[in-house]
Design a protein around this ligand. Structure first.
Ligand SMILES: *[C@@H]1O[C@H](CO)[C@@H](O)[C@H](O)[C@H]1NC(C)=O
Ligand SMILES: *[C@@H]1O[C@H](CO)[C@@H](O)[C@H](O)[C@H]1NC(C)=O
Ligand SMILES: *[C@@H]1O[C@H](CO)[C@@H](O)[C@H](O)[C@H]1NC(C)=O
Ligand SMILES: *[C@@H]1O[C@H](CO)[C@@H](O)[C@H](O)[C@H]1NC(C)=O
Ligand SMILES: *[C@@H]1O[C@H](CO)[C@@H](O)[C@H](O)[C@H]1NC(C)=O
Ligand SMILES: *[C@@H]1O[C@H](CO)[C@@H](O)[C@H](O)[C@H]1NC(C)=O
Ligand SMILES: *[C@@H]1O[C@H](CO)[C@@H](O)[C@H](O)[C@H]1NC(C)=O
Ligand SMILES: *[C@@H]1O[C@H](CO)[C@@H](O)[C@H](O)[C@H]1NC(C)=O
Length: 695
């Protein structure tokens, strides 16, 4: 921490340009890989003016009177912060601010905003302008391909912090269409799906392309310069117009393990019929890494994005371009026409003609749900299906089977994904009436542990050995402590550093959990018990004696990946007595004293340096840095339904394909844990011992 602080000070004050990081959020399960909507109805069945706002892993509830705006408008807001008194959002191509939940002001921004906004919290958002210029006329304003915006709530102003601008003054002569249609985020990577049509200057020929741009969220404000893209075009793009393009990531087992990463499209054929095509990739992660590496080696295969858009060649310089490095706006760009070879397309179950919009909800462990919504212009023709395999849809449901109100037959409107309660919310365009279709979240959770850890937020309860939805008010503590499992016995009851420190805990039943997903933490006060082995209802671990006293043993299971999982635990009736020799105290005291002196030194030198050298901008950056730090410190106090801003645990995208998950904490995870709560590394069960493959 202090060393980090020192490094920061030097970076700021020696004026070495260096990125600072905004917090990469920890998301809720339902919105883990994509924030489907930032506004939802807290009680969609009995509509009130109470709305939930979700921004980057944090949720607030806010009352917005009907006089402010219509329901269908409010649900379309792209909110960028969670301040109830000054709520900023983008709607109707304008940045706006809702003041005191009463009136809306326009914010000052020089240009049009599209709907393609990804909020990062901290008032920052990525904006991908939508360009539609089929006749290639000179625009009034230059636009950027990508831009990072800062929404200033006090000055009611939006400014561009970083951007990927035009390469030359006549870029507009090549770009007919540029639109981000979707995105997914995995931990610290963000992937944008871009649909574009480009042509050589003064040429009539048009190339329709799909592009995936990867950005590194841990680069903070410099994320745009960490971009790398792959793009492809297909023979059918010469004739078909792409009307929709979304990312789909398949969690869990899947017919063909090579096709978890998919791009779903609807395309309009020349004879005006619509088809549903799916393209899939073997492994997106390695595709980007290869691109970065080839660019670094100066390969001819890799162009630079802005040159490619102008049909020019801008070779990668043979520089040490590393993954996620932030060197200028190079944006290595690779044509993957040959590489993919992994696509297929077909007409999905005859349901596809005249699709108006597709939405896809996929949920990771332990839910493994994949629901596809194919919305038609008329509500009654819409279908919800379970996406079973590349070629199969199952259990398709039509609203007429759920909604018996025939007044809805002629309705036209939109579906919104409602975060809590979780489901699809249908809102009529003119009538503003809504209909809520829940997504079932309990019955597939098979154990008490899963039911409470992953289901409590969705109102699931465990009764009669089944996980079901219960609407009645719940006492969270009784459902999470000593509920799924209890400690029957612990031994020994005295720990003394001259005696063996092996603790044996007996439970009333065996704890069935998935070591690759959930962490088991055993504590006696601040003393952690590590090197855990399990044998039926017995757990054996070795105590690290750091603090003397009398403590109950607390065994908890937690999942650190999501913001909305519950921690479940069991607490022993008996207390253990721990004796730590005095000499260790002395040592700790000396260390603390030295650290204290060091801290004072650092603060003094910091104040001096800041006074003499730092300019304002760097000061602001520092403030920001310390703010994030402060927020992160609360992780220790995290509990189930309180959402805590925190650095996301780093893990590669591989950890999402559950067969390859490892439980070994990444270095970042370890350092966070150890700095936060001094949990040693081996506290995490090793995969070899307990991993159970999910099938
Ligand atoms: C909301 O914004 C106001 C005005 O900028 C500020 O005084 C207040 O502290 C903010 N509230 C939160 C929760 O950030
Ligand atoms: C918007 O910003 C511009 C440039 O900073 C300034 O000239 C203009 O007065 C501002 N408009 C409003 C309404 O604040
Ligand atoms: C998965 O898809 C690839 C490419 O289409 C194919 O070569 C392979 O045989 C498939 N594997 C299975 C198990 O179906
Ligand atoms: C439209 O064209 C596609 C291929 O070009 C063909 O397969 C399809 O049958 C046609 N549909 C109609 C309704 O003509
Ligand atoms: C693409 O495929 C064609 C034919 O299979 C081959 O000649 C060409 O070298 C390939 N291009 C790349 C970049 O691999
Ligand atoms: C720890 O155990 C040793 C050996 O059994 C004993 O001599 C000592 O008094 C114990 N210390 C405490 C604090 O109980
Ligand atoms: C673990 O599984 C066993 C056998 O299926 C079951 O008896 C026990 O209740 C389960 N424990 C928990 C905590 O769900
Ligand atoms: C962990 O436990 C195993 C078996 O109980 C033992 O062999 C090993 O030495 C222990 N490791 C540590 C670091 O205590």
């Amino acid at each position: 921490m202090f060393i980090k602080l020192l490094i920061w000070i030097f970076q700021f004050c020696l004026l070495i340009p260096k990125a600072y990081s905004f917090s990469t959020p920890k998301h809720d399960i339902a919105f883990y890989y994509k924030t489907h909507a930032s506004v939802f109805l807290t009680n969609p069945n009995h509509r009130t003016t109470s709305y939930g706002i979700y921004v980057a892993g944090q949720t607030i509830t806010i009352d917005i009177p009907a006089s402010v705006d219509a329901l269908s408008n409010i649900l379309n807001w792209k909110v960028v912060n969670i301040n109830k008194t000054r709520l900023m959002f983008v709607h109707n191509k304008k940045a706006q601010i809702l003041i005191n939940q009463q009136r809306i002001n326009q914010m000052n921004y020089s240009g049009d905003l599209s709907d393609s906004i990804i909020a990062f919290g901290d008032n920052e958002a990525l904006h991908v302008p939508t360009i539609f210029n089929p006749s290639l006329t000179a625009p009034v304003h230059k636009w950027n391909y990508l831009e990072l915006l800062y929404f200033d709530d006090s000055n009611e102003k939006v400014s561009v912090k970083r951007s990927l601008p035009w390469l030359k003054d006549d870029d507009w002569k090549s770009i007919r269409e540029w639109k981000m249609t979707d995105y997914i985020h995995f931990d610290n990577k963000l992937y944008l799906a871009i649909h574009r049509s480009i042509s050589q200057a003064d040429s009539q020929s048009v190339t329709q392309e799909m592009s995936i741009i990867r950005l590194c969220l841990d680069k903070g404000i410099e994320l745009i310069s960490s971009a790398v893209e792959v793009h492809f075009t297909r023979p059918e793009f010469n004739t078909n117009q792409i009307t929709d393009l979304i990312f789909v990531f398949i969690f869990g087992s899947w017919g063909n393990e090579t096709s978890h990463y998919q791009l779903h499209t609807t395309q309009l054929q020349p004879n005006n019929t619509q088809i549903y095509h799916i393209y899939y990739f073997r492994d997106i992660v390695s595709l980007f890494e290869e691109t970065v590496n080839e660019c670094a080696s100066g390969s001819d295969n890799i162009n630079s994005l802005r040159y490619h858009l102008r049909s020019e060649v801008g070779k990668c310089k043979t520089i040490s371009y590393k993954s996620c490095s932030t060197k200028e706006n190079i944006v290595p760009s690779r044509n993957v026409n040959n590489l993919t070879g992994e696509y297929t397309f077909h007409d999905l179950a005859g349901l596809t003609p005249s699709i108006h919009k597709i939405q896809f909800v996929t949920l990771s462990y332990p839910h493994f749900k994949r629901t596809i919504l194919m919305q038609k212009k008329l509500l009654i023709l819409t279908s919800f299906c379970e996406y079973y395999s590349l070629f199969t849809l199952k259990q398709c449901l039509k609203p007429k089977q759920i909604i018996w109100n025939w007044r809805f037959v002629s309705f036209q409107g939109d579906f919104y994904i409602n975060k809590h309660p979780f489901g699809f919310n249908y809102v009529g365009k003119k009538t503003y009436e809504n209909y809520f279709i829940p997504i079932e979240m309990c019955s597939h959770l098979k154990t008490c542990t899963q039911c409470i850890m992953y289901g409590l937020y969705f109102d699931c309860i465990w009764s009669n050995s089944m996980c079901t939805r219960g609407d009645q008010p719940k006492n969270k503590a009784t459902l999470t402590v000593d509920h799924c499992f209890k400690i029957s016995k612990i031994s020994p009851l005295i720990f003394n550093s001259s005696l063996p420190t092996i603790l044996t805990i007996e439970f009333d039943q065996s704890l069935n959990f998935t070591a690759s997903q959930e962490q088991l933490v055993i504590q006696a006060g601040d003393n952690h018990c590590t090197n855990i082995t399990m044998n039926g209802p017995f757990i054996i671990c070795s105590m690290h004696l750091t603090k003397s006293g009398q403590f109950k043993i607390d065994v908890s299971l937690r999942n650190d990946r999501y913001a909305d999982t519950s921690i479940i635990s069991a607490v022993s009736n008996d207390e253990v007595h721990i004796f730590v020799p005095d000499s260790e105290y002395d040592f700790t005291f000396i260390v603390i004293f030295i650290l204290f002196l060091l801290m004072i030194l650092v603060i003094i030198s910091f104040i001096l340096i800041v006074h003499t050298k730092c300019n304002n901008e760097y000061l602001n950056r520092f403030k920001k840095f310390s703010r994030t730090r402060k927020a992160n410190r609360f992780i220790g106090a995290q509990s189930a339904i309180t959402r805590v801003r925190s650095k996301i645990l780093s893990s590669t995208m591989n950890t999402l394909t559950d067969s390859t998950v490892t439980n070994a904490p990444s270095s970042k995870q370890v350092s966070r844990w150890s700095s936060m709560r001094s949990v040693p590394d081996h506290l995490y069960l090793s995969k070899q011992l307990y991993s159970s493959r999910l099938k």
